[in-house]
Design a protein around this ligand. Structure first.
Ligand SMILES: Nc1ncnc2c1ncn2[C@@H]1O[C@H](COP(=O)(O)OP(=O)(O)OP(=O)(O)O)[C@@H](O)[C@H]1O
Ligand SMILES: [Mg+2]
Length: 315
């Protein structure tokens, strides 16, 4: 395979949750490739569908979710059926859930919890798995004699739990890592350390999907940025390009928010037809109400779902 090998991908994925007798469309036709050697940041506001995409990629959608359309593939093989998912989760894809406490076994101390994957899923001898766990925990910022290593999850701070869950994911040395908000509760030095580890994993040949709501951090540390809004990718491209010259008005809004530290204007109800962003968009016009824009490729390989992309300016 070439250096740009796609290790995991989703194609035209539509996921619907059933809640209170109603359907909630969480993903509406999402396609993303995760490529060897690259960190792809998935950026968007709360409720935009980031975790749903991560869960779909690892086959862990909850029971009230259904895949209406689309497919997930790992190393060229389309994944269908729990058995195949289990095999892939055991051998190639690691997942760090957003809720670190739920991810950790309450009856295992930190060291054992991180060694569990390398030992049971990867079949390493217990001593080797423990050594792998110690290395991963050190890389996640724990000193080798940190008393936290022998504590149970409920005795850890939120940031410590997050770092333990992250260490558990990287200890597997997965070919694909899906990390859901691994930096969310961390101070700046620890967040930067975590992003350096994501890049390090990619440099050693893995593909990484890094879910984050922090566009400024993504600009700093990801190779590629995919911006998701209301269950659709609205812009995707090289991180530097997307941040230097955003071409979707939502990306421009996120950038303005990241620069000013002002909160984003409150989300209005998503429009039922046409462009979902039009209620918040400074460029919206009548035609935006009739059809939902498709992703179109621009110069440099970036794709954007806005016909008025040439007019986009960071406010
Ligand atoms: N288990 C569930 N049952 C019903 N609806 C759900 C469920 N999980 C998510 N949703 C809905 O699906 C949509 C996408 O949610 P998702 O958790 O993927 O967003 P997110 O981008 O990860 O948000 P956050 O940044 O807050 O983590 C939201 O409207 C959410 O309310
Ligand atoms: Mg989430």
């Amino acid at each position: 395979m070439s250096g740009a090998a796609v290790l995991a991908s989703v194609r035209d994925l539509c996921v619907v949750y059933r809640r209170g007798g109603r359907d909630v469309r969480a993903l509406r036709g999402v396609s993303v490739d995760l490529t060897r050697g690259r960190v792809t940041a998935l950026v968007g506001e709360s409720g935009s569908g980031k975790s749903t995409l991560g869960l779909a990629l690892v086959g862990l959608l909850p029971h009230n979710a259904r895949v209406e359309r689309g497919a997930v593939s790992f190393e060229g093989r389309e994944l269908r059926g729990e058995e195949l998912w289990r095999e892939v989760r055991g051998s190639g894809i690691a997942w760090q859930p957003q809720d670190a406490l739920a991810a950790l076994d309450p009856l295992m101390n930190v060291l054992d919890a991180v060694a569990e994957g390398p030992c049971f899923a990867d079949g390493l001898a217990p001593m080797v798995a423990q050594a792998r766990a110690r290395t991963a925990l050190e890389r996640a910022g724990f000193a080798c004699d940190d008393p936290a290593l022998l504590r149970f999850p409920h005795g850890l701070s939120g940031g410590q739990r997050l770092r333990v869950a992250f260490a558990a994911a990287i200890a597997r040395e997965p070919r694909v890592l899906i990390a859901d908000e691994p930096t969310a509760a961390l101070d700046a030095p620890l967040a930067l350390r975590t992003t350096a580890l994501l890049r390090d994993l990619a440099e050693r040949g893995s593909a990484v999907l890094w879910i984050t709501h922090d566009l400024a951090l993504a600009a700093h540390a990801a190779h590629e940025i995919a911006v998701i809004y209301a269950g659709r990718i609205v812009e995707i491209g090289a991180a530097r390009q997307v941040v230097a010259t955003p071409r979707h008005p939502y990306t421009a809004l996120l950038l303005a928010v990241a620069r000013s530290y002002e909160p984003a204007p409150a989300a209005t109800m998503r429009a039922e037809s046409g462009c979902a962003f039009r209620g918040r968009c400074p460029l919206a016009r009548v035609s935006c109400a009739t059809s939902e824009p498709e992703l179109v490729e621009l110069a440099g390989g970036r794709k954007v779902a806005c016909p008025f992309h040439a007019e986009v300016r960071v406010p």
